[in-house]
Design a protein around this ligand. Structure first.
Ligand code: PHE
Length: 354
């Protein structure tokens, strides 16, 4: 039999152990110090562990009291350690911004910007609105009547058989130009008309630096009594100088479109070689091929057959129309060498215009 005081002593030493362990855990300032305290009290040969091991050798009454106290102390210390570990880790996290790695990329805010094509389209729109034109749009999915027939392109006409049209179910198609919007507007509105029609068009072309199966056009239509080719020339010359700069030269070259008569293609003096005035070192200018001119759009006086399709009297009214590729205008103005850049979303391209 052990002396009665023994029980009291064991219980007391459990309490003391618990207190000193708690102090050491609390005062640990690093994970390593905390671990040392844990091993000292709760490790395999720890002070509290030894007491717990010795419980089996105690008398029955003592075993219950000491066992309870020691187990509770173990639980308390275990949770104290866990709490302390958590707060030491949190402290490390809080402190880490001060350990600044100046070689890392900055975290500055990222500001987006409008796509270059949207900006050019808006610039064009604003220019024509300032000249008194209003804006309308038409459907991308068209019927053959509006895309061809009413534009004086009858069935069997080569422009319809070129294989460059995307056909859709139900005899419909993706418009190959914005000219069908001319028809839709004239069907609904009596003259005079002074409007522009921006929009996306589709052609079954293999992509290359100057071809894309989808691109954008800006169509223009002006119909009234007494509109002449001279009005067309004046408007386009003004537009070209505003868009490309006051020194640009403009010429009208006879051309053929089924829906205009007479028709013309409009050229500007080459931006790269200033219309042939500057001879590039390589010999021939790569942009204009040495001609000194760059084509920018197709134009002409609205064909009487078109007016008859929409119920306008060609004896009373005349009009001009033109259609320009928006990508083409942007490429010429900004020296962009491949139309595919517009759709690729490569930031190295887009950021140059931000
Ligand atoms: N629709 C023609 C094209 O896509 C352009 C054009 C429009 C020409 C209006 C003349 C008048 O090529």
């Amino acid at each position: 039999m052990r002396p009665p005081g023994d029980k009291v002593d064991t219980e007391k030493s459990v309490r003391e152990l618990r207190e000193s362990a708690a102090r050491e855990i609390e005062s640990a300032s690093t994970a390593r110090e905390l671990e040392e305290a844990r091993v000292k009290y709760l490790g395999r040969k720890g002070l509290l562990t030894s007491i717990l091991r010795g419980i089996a050798n105690l008398g029955e009454a003592e075993r219950a009291v000491v066992g309870k106290a020691a187990n509770r102390a173990k639980e308390e210390l275990t949770s104290l350690i866990a709490g302390k570990r958590e707060s030491l880790e949190q402290g490390l996290r809080d402190a880490s911004p001060r350990q600044l790695d100046v070689t890392l990329p900055g975290t500055g805010d990222w500001v987006g910007s409008r796509h270059i094509l949207s900006r050019v389209a808006r610039e064009l729109r604003e220019m024509f609105v300032a000249m008194g034109f209003s804006v309308a749009t038409g459907p991308d999915v068209e019927d053959a009547y509006h895309n061809f027939e009413a534009l004086n392109i009858p069935e069997g006409h080569p422009a319809r058989e070129q294989g460059d049209t995307f056909f859709v179910k139900g005899g419909l198609l993706l418009r190959t130009h914005t000219s069908p919007v001319q028809i839709r507007v004239m069907e609904e509105t009596p003259p005079p008309i002074r409007m522009i029609f921006p929009g996306r068009v589709y052609r079954n072309d293999a992509p290359d630096p100057t071809h894309s199966p989808e691109f954008h056009q800006l169509e223009c239509l002006y119909v009234d009594r007494g509109v002449t080719f001279q009005d067309l020339k004046g408007t386009l010359a003004h537009f070209a100088r505003r868009f490309f700069g006051s020194r640009i030269g403009v010429r009208f070259r006879p051309f053929y479109f089924p829906f205009t008569e007479p028709s013309a293609e409009v050229d500007i003096t080459c931006i790269a070689c200033s219309g042939g005035r500057e001879k590039p070192a390589s010999g021939t200018c790569r942009m204009c091929g040495g001609t000194g001119w760059l084509e920018i759009l197709g134009a002409g006086m609205v064909h009487p057959a078109v007016f008859r399709h929409v119920g306008y009297d060609p004896e009373q009214f005349t009009g001009y129309a033109f259609g320009a590729g928006i990508e083409r205008l942007a490429m010429l103005k900004y020296g962009i060498t491949d139309i595919r850049f517009f759709l690729e979303n490569d930031l190295r391209f887009l950021e140059q215009f931000a």
